[in-house]
Design a protein around this ligand. Structure first.
Ligand SMILES: [Zn+2]
Length: 172
């Protein structure tokens, strides 16, 4: 567990165009670790890690942005064949730092476009919490191999079902 805090004054961070980069073990993200563990059937692979780059930006209009790029290497289990399966996520996020109440949030988001999320102004924004939330949201509910499941479903003499593969793609 990394004891370093990743708290930033997000407006100042953006205004100064700062950059924060780190590689953190999965154990730094307790809620995510628990979720991953709940999906593992064998857990023979070692726990994952998350690497991220956070960059601040202030544009000519004085708007402050955060750009987050992260790569998560996680070890989960295929929910179809139950074999260990590495799961790699490469995600990019863009945040407009703005203090808006819930009523105007929709308007601001519409104005900012789909490319930006709103991040509240904070002098102690927790970057690790943000990363953990984003990875949890992006995590497939039932991760499955894309095309090379172990052939356990064929051993009982079942006929191959062409829709079985599709089933795994549907997110419930
Ligand atoms: Zn599989």
């Amino acid at each position: 567990m990394t004891n370093q805090n990743f708290l930033i004054d997000n407006l100042a961070f953006a205004a100064r165009g700062e950059r924060l980069q780190a590689k953190l073990p999965l154990s730094d993200f307790p809620r995510l670790s628990e979720l991953i563990a709940s999906q593992q059937t064998k857990a023979t692979m070692q726990a994952g890690e998350i690497e991220f780059v956070l960059e601040g930006e202030k544009n000519v209009l004085g708007q402050c942005f955060l750009h987050l790029a992260l790569n998560a290497s996680l070890a989960t289990s295929c929910q179809r064949c139950l074999a260990d399966m590495p799961l790699a996520l490469a995600l990019n996020f863009h945040y407009l730092i703005s203090n808006v109440d819930a009523d105007t949030l929709d308007d601001v988001e519409a104005e900012a476009g789909d490319d930006f999320d709103i991040q509240e102004v904070s002098q102690a924004m927790d970057v690790k919490l943000l990363i953990e939330d984003e990875v949890i949201i992006a995590l497939p509910i039932a991760p499955v191999h894309e095309d090379d499941c172990a052939p356990v479903t064929m051993q009982s003499g079942e006929k191959s079902n062409p829709f079985a593969a599709l089933k795994g793609l549907i997110k419930s």
